[in-house]
Design a protein around this ligand. Structure first.
Ligand code: SF4
Ligand code: SF4
Ligand code: SF4
Ligand code: FES
Length: 945
């Protein structure tokens, strides 16, 4: 069955006071500020409408929603008329019916009469309304001036714009402005000549449009329509699920015909996205059935042998016997595994359980190692819990946003739209970032302060901000006295007050004018509710954990923790990176961040799992690779993770992988790590399984199976088979049973179950007896650790220094259309926006090197060299260059180094000393890579069972 959400016509009012009125003789009580249209809809009365929809402010242009109100002249539009106490409204009279028919007649006279062959047939509000108002004939005929021959715009790979069907209701224009905040569309011309336009004489693809699809969703006709609907027809049933891309965790209805996805429709009741989406979640799902999906298990003796397709039994038994052989020969600790932040919580939990219980060691790690492990360390140390403090809705109460080392419009687009909306409402913005990211200046949004610091100087910057707050008397003394450890606070206060931490003194490192730092600090401390949102530009540094603690200090000192509209909020990268960390994927922690050396905690797992467990933390990913190069680590199970592309210093990673005797890769595609694998186990996409993901706001949401696994098994079933072959059988019949076990063993998940999540739509942990409906905002009355802990954060410059050989700093990041290593998004039409990684370089640095836009350049660091095209960009500051890591052939991580965060080993991706020079060829690494790819990707054409 298709899930159809009610459209109330106008947004809900957030005013608490209520009024009572009468509609068609019935009494209804609604909040002050509600429209008459919405009040009618809430009592089940549909007033005909075209230009109104409840995701947009009312506009009042179509005149279809006219009503009669006792004591008022004329027939006001119900969408723009607010309710009043005692009002008496009539929505259905013969006068109204006549007027509405007249309006519809005009629309239909300039509309193609092809309903039966139109792709929107059955899902068109114009068609519905014509029926609803009883339109039977059009008196004006169809021969007058019309738009029926207007040309279609098919430039966007995902949707078509057919102006012949446009009724100029401007819902698309308003969706682009109000929901998405891009302002790409306008209505050009007046009266009859009015047309929707994406930019000036541009098509959609070349315009500012970021392909979020909000306009397509808002369009009441077939004017803007998904190409997949044109190709496949209207969907027949929907499955509620959660986006498998970024940490925003948008809820979607997968709208299906049989087992084929027709479109992904953002779910209006989704608490993370409230009915919005970005280009990835809405449109870039084609990878799930891409022809390069591997659906047969494969094995080989050497990586240069062709892959042999084998049965599941043979592949699983081979992998298990190899792991057992390696452990017998090299010791228990010679094998380990990596869990996936793209897989479900239940799958991640099973992998770490298998490693601890079946391998008998704690050599388990996850990709959070290379992204947000400093968040876990820093927030646990200061606040007592390893996660963000707020829900996304909290942004609506923010007065001052400080965005540090994050690029929300590219990496967390749906949340960025909410941030931009709040900024348009008047909130202030401070951006701390070496690049001029979009948020610095975009349509109707401009940062009050952009602090373009040099990469690697975050801690100097946070200390300078704190210095101003402490020395200018801006500390919230009462909050600190009540909520924080006094001794630690005093130590921190004395430290940041030192002259060496002043904005003037730190300017030598940050290169940011001291006056701007002072002004930004004052704004943060005095501007009302202040919230920090941060990303990998904070964590991926040698002082990543220090910086996280520095931000926590700043928030505590100003009293900006523990209520709506404030907080310290990591914008987490992959869909389930929060969940992977929660599920005990780190070598030192069980679920819920409890240390493996804690006897009581370990005993609870030993009893539940029926094995004795190691009390010593195991190897982190970099330690596994180092040990492999040294010859002591020999076998690895990697689920849904591509360390050969994503991890730093590619040549070191691949040397580690090449030195292992058994690498087992479980993935949906032959990824880069699989080039070094001996066993390939086909994975399943999010559409093929049940489970849960946990987003950046600790929200646990259901993932529901929309189609059968292409390879026969979901990932959790494959892990169970492998564990059984290793001699540790697990017997779950459904992922909900795995979650039940997690809840039994994890205090912060005690109240979580699939049924409960279904009932509440989603749950933010902690969810237990104290918070049976979950916890949107943490640390309200006291910190999880009791008193908040200030930590002294001395700035220590990274060892990675620029010099005559490598005078520039490379910093890396993401782009909207691509996701992580690109394995999924490169296999979709998103490739239209980013066919290759490019190097952004400031005009000054480019000119010095004789580089013009589009030239091929060699990018060299002390560990490697790659080549790519140059893009001259003033978003960069002189001395800093930037690239993305979405394409394997570019190999951005060939140049990144082994330096990492002192506390967590999170790599220092954001600071690499490099040189850039003109080149006309691929680098040696790229040539070797091409040869290796050629040699290691052959599949022998032998039939599998
Ligand atoms: S797809 Fe999104 S960005 Fe593009 S025009 Fe539509 S609403 Fe605007
Ligand atoms: S394209 Fe659709 S939403 Fe936009 S004005 Fe035309 S009919 Fe309305
Ligand atoms: S913002 Fe993130 S979760 Fe939402 S649709 Fe885009 S990629 Fe998916
Ligand atoms: S729906 Fe009210 S004027 Fe269009």
């Amino acid at each position: 069955m298709l899930i159809k959400e009610t459209d109330y016509g106008t947004p809900a009012s957030n005013i608490e006071a209520m009024v009572t009125l009468e509609i068609d003789g019935e009494s209804v009580t609604v909040p002050v500020g509600t429209s008459v249209m919405r009040a009618a809809a809430e009592m089940g009365t549909k007033v005909p409408k075209l230009c109104a929809t409840d995701s947009l402010n009312s506009f009042g242009s179509c005149r279809l929603c006219l009503v009669e109100i006792e004591g008022r002249k004329g027939t006001p539009a119900s969408c723009t008329t607010p309710v009043e106490a005692g009002m008496k409204v009539r929505t259905q009279t013969s006068r109204l019916a006549k007027l509405r028919r007249g309006v519809m007649e005009l629309y239909i006279s300039d509309h193609p009469l092809d309903c039966l062959t139109c792709a929107a047939n059955g899902d068109c509000e114009l068609q519905d309304m014509a029926g609803e108002v009883g339109l039977r004939e059009v008196r004006y005929g169809y021969e007058g001036a019309n738009h029926l021959k207007s040309e279609k715009d098919t430039s966007n790979p995902y949707f078509t714009f057919d102006p012949a069907k446009c009724i100029v209701c401007s819902r698309c224009v308003r969706a682009c402005e109000e929901v998405q905040g891009t302002f790409a569309l306008t209505i050009d011309g007046r009266g009859f000549a009015s047309v929707v336009s994406a930019g000036q004489n541009e098509d959609f693809l070349d315009s500012e449009c970021v392909s979020c699809g909000a306009c397509v969703q808002a369009c009441p006709t077939a004017t803007l329509i998904e190409n997949t609907v044109i190709e496949s027809g209207q969907p027949e049933h929907s499955v509620l699920t959660t986006c498998a891309y970024c940490g925003v965790g948008c809820a979607f209805k997968a709208e299906m015909r049989g087992e084929e996805v027709v479109r992904m429709m953002p779910y209006k009741d989704g608490k993370a996205n409230h009915g919005h989406s970005c280009v990835k979640g809405r449109f870039a799902w084609g990878y799930a059935t891409h022809k390069e999906r591997i659906t047969k298990p494969m094995i080989r003796a050497k990586i240069t042998d062709p892959w042999q397709e084998v049965s599941w039994d043979e592949a699983i038994n081979h992998a298990a016997s190899e792991f057992k052989r390696i452990q017998k020969k090299y010791g228990n600790g010679a094998v380990g595994g990596i869990t996936s932040s793209r897989c479900t919580n239940e799958e991640t939990y099973l992998v770490q359980k298998m490693i601890r219980a079946a391998f008998g060691n704690n050599n388990v790690d996850t990709c959070a190692r290379v992204c947000h492990s400093p968040t876990g360390y820093g927030l646990k140390t200061t606040f007592g819990t390893s996660a963000g403090t707020q829900d996304f809705d909290s942004v609506e109460a923010v007065d001052v946003m400080m965005v540090i080392g994050a690029n929300p419009t590219d990496a967390h687009p749906v949340f960025a739209s909410r941030m931009k909306r709040r900024l348009r409402e008047g909130a202030k913005l401070i951006v701390v970032d070496p690049r001029r990211i979009d948020m610095v200046k975009t349509a109707h949004v401009e940062a009050d302060y952009h602090l373009p610091l040099m990469p690697g100087t975050n801690v100097a910057m946070i200390n300078a901000l704190a210095h101003v707050i402490v020395t200018e008397g801006l500390v919230n003394e009462q909050y600190v006295a009540e909520r924080c450890e006094p001794h630690d606070f005093q130590m921190w206060r004395d430290f940041v007050a030192l002259p060496e931490n002043s904005p003037e003194a730190t300017e030598q490192y940050t290169k940011v004018p001291a006056a701007d730092v002072r002004a930004a600090a004052r704004l943060y401390a005095t501007g009302g509710n202040a919230a920090i949102y941060y990303g990998l530009g904070v964590t991926e540094h040698s002082q990543g954990s220090t910086m996280v603690m520095g931000m926590a200090n700043l928030a505590m000192a100003t009293g900006n923790i523990g209520r709506n509209g404030v907080g310290v909020n990591p914008l987490r990268g992959q869909n389930n990176v929060q969940g992977a960390c929660d599920m005990g994927s780190f070598p030192h922690e069980f679920t819920g961040y409890r240390h493996v050396s804690d006897d009581a905690v370990r005993a609870s797992f030993e009893q539940a799992w029926g094995v004795s467990l190691d009390a010593e933390p195991g190897l982190r990913i970099p330690n596994m690779l180092d040990s492999a190069v040294e010859g002591t680590f020999k076998g690895l199970y990697v689920q849904g993770e591509d360390i050969a592309q994503s991890d730093p210093n590619t040549q070191h990673v691949t040397a580690g992988l090449a030195a292992m005797e058994c690498v087992v890769v479980q993935d949906i595609f032959l990824n880069e790590t699989a080039n070094y694998a001996h066993v390939f186990l086909p994975g399943s996409s999010f559409l093929e399984k049940d489970g849960t993901f946990t987003n950046a706001e600790r929200r646990i949401s259901l993932v529901n199976k929309a189609m059968r696994p292409m390879a026969g098994y979901a990932d959790w079933e494959v892990t169970m088979m492998l564990s059984k072959a290793l001699g540790y059988p697990m017997n779950y019949t459904h992922p909900s049973e795995i979650m039940d076990e997690i809840a039994r063993l994890t205090p912060t998940f005690k109240g979580v179950s699939f049924d409960r999540i279904r009932e509440l739509e989603s749950i933010q942990w902690p969810c237990n007896d104290a918070a049976p409906e979950g916890t949107p905002i943490m640390h309200i009355d006291k910190f999880v650790r009791g008193k908040g802990k200030f930590v002294v954060t001395a700035y220590v410059p990274t060892d990675e220094r620029t010099g005559p050989r490598f005078p520039l700093i490379l910093t890396t990041g993401r782009i909207l259309s691509q996701y992580n290593v690109g394995a999924q998004t490169r296999r979709t039409d998103n490739i239209a926006w980013h066919p290759e990684d490019v190097l952004e370089i400031h005009p000054f640095d480019a000119e010095n090197r004789g580089i013009r836009d589009g030239d091929v350049i060699a990018l060299t660091s002390r560990v490697g060299e790659t080549s790519l095209h140059a893009k001259i960009s003033e978003r960069m500051q002189p001395g800093v260059v930037y690239t993305t890591f979405h394409h394997a052939m570019t190999g951005a991580n060939v140049v990144t180094t082994e330096y990492s965060d002192w506390a967590t080993n999170c790599p220092e991706y954001k600071v690499t000393a490099v040189e850039v020079r003109l080149s006309n060829q691929k680098s040696e690494w790229q040539r070797d890579y091409e040869a290796l790819r050629e040699a290691t990707r052959k599949v022998a054409v032998t039939a599998a069972e």
